[in-house]
Design a protein around this ligand. Structure first.
Ligand code: NDP
Length: 334
């Protein structure tokens, strides 16, 4: 079983007298900096001179260039995009950290796969919310928690775990529960969700839409039936609340009978699906994906642009646009 930490396992006193530098003021940086400050932690924001700097200043933070913020702090939370982290760490962070200082990552990716190797004299920890940045702030303000993955990668000072838990408490994560995990496992799970689970799930949805439209049902009706009504999102919420199998009780007897009897037909897809997913997982765990990604940074923008152009022309997108407009869902003018 996993080790899970809660509020009572963490003590903010572990950060007493220490300045925490939040490096990057984006999705996670802003929310975590605000939460830490509200928890009574002394926070300085480290940022490049861009629009995020103005946001941090108008939120009332002391904002310094990244190198100066790291020099002023005993703990550094690195909350910049994973792709630029290795470079920024080597140039602006590492030279300004001293023995016993702590560096915290919100993703294990760079330690696990991209070769950031912090000096042995540093404490290195993982505090990775399982929540988008805005949710980290919203939950904190509402007095709720959210789950996070935490871990001690290096403990030079003997205080790494206490400080890691204090940081997790300061951002509000121990209210929800923090699961102990290695950097490699955290990064692998995260990538698998993005590459193994998400696309497979998306394929099921698109296959169903394509099949029903080809069978002659109006696209708007198909999309509303499958997910645009919000009923499906509601069911997912119920799965979260009561469990995958128990949520069936919320559905009609016809629905339950049909899904049990027809559901069994899909068992045959289990083995090939797991084989595909296993291949994806293996590429992640071996580092093959990280190597490929580091070699394709240039091409990525080209690929993203092409996909963005193509997706607007897909029948699927046109059906969605029409349905969203008809039912006034989201920004229906898009
Ligand atoms: P963002 O994309 O929101 O960017 C964070 C900040 O980094 C911004 O202030 C950005 O400034 C700055 N930045 C961008 N490029 C550079 C650079 N070259 N040098 C210095 N600063 C730069 O990041 P996230 O908050 O999404 O992610 C931060 C970390 O949190 C990552 O490790 C991520 O994996 C992790 N994480 C993210 C989650 C999420 O939901 N977003 C969830 C859990 C973990 P500007 O935008 O002005 O360029």
């Amino acid at each position: 079983m996993a080790t899970i930490y809660h509020d009572s396992d963490a003590d903010l006193a572990a950060l007493a007298g220490q300045t925490v530098a939040v490096v990057g003021y984006g999705n996670q940086g802003r929310s975590q900096a605000l939460n830490l400050r509200d928890a009574g932690v002394d926070v300085v924001v480290g940022n490049i001179r861009d629009y995020a700097l103005e946001a941090a200043q108008s939120d009332g933070f002391r904002v310094l260039p990244i190198a100066d913020a790291c020099a002023a702090a005993r703990c550094v939370m690195l909350l910049i995009p994973d792709e630029v982290m290795a470079e920024v760490y080597a140039r602006d962070v590492a030279p300004h950290l001293g023995a016993g200082d702590l560096i915290s990552f919100a993703s294990g990716y760079n330690i696990a796969f991209r070769g950031i190797e912090p000096a042995a004299a540093l404490d290195v920890v993982l505090v990775a919310p399982r929540m988008i940045g805005v949710g980290v702030r919203d939950a904190y303000v509402a007095g709720r928690g959210f789950p996070a993955f935490v871990g001690v990668h290096q403990d030079a000072s003997g205080t790494a775990r206490a400080r890691m838990l204090a940081l997790a408490k300061g951002i509000g994560a121990t209210r929800g529960g923090c699961i102990e995990m290695s950097m490699h496992d955290e990064a692998s799970l995260d990538l698998f969700t993005e590459q193994g689970f998400g696309p497979a799930f998306g394929r099921v949805m698109m296959s169903a839409v394509e099949l029903l439209v080809a069978a002659g049902y109006p696209p708007e009706a198909v999309l509303v039936e499958l997910y645009l009504s919000g009923e499906f999102a509601y069911s997912l919420e119920k799965i979260r609340e009561v469990g995958m199998t128990r949520q069936m009780d919320f559905h009609s007897r016809t629905s339950q009978y049909g899904s049990i009897t027809r559901g069994a037909r899909y068992l045959a897809l289990d083995a090939p699906l797991k084989e595909k997913m296993g291949g994806v997982l293996e590429e992640i765990r071996s580092g093959a994906f990280a190597k490929e990604w580091s070699e394709h940074q240039e091409q990525a923008n080209e690929i993203f642009e092409k996909i963005r152009a193509i997706r607007e022309e897909l029948p699927f997108t046109k059906w969605e646009n029409a349905a969203r407009k008809a039912f006034k869902i989201g920004n229906a003018s898009e």
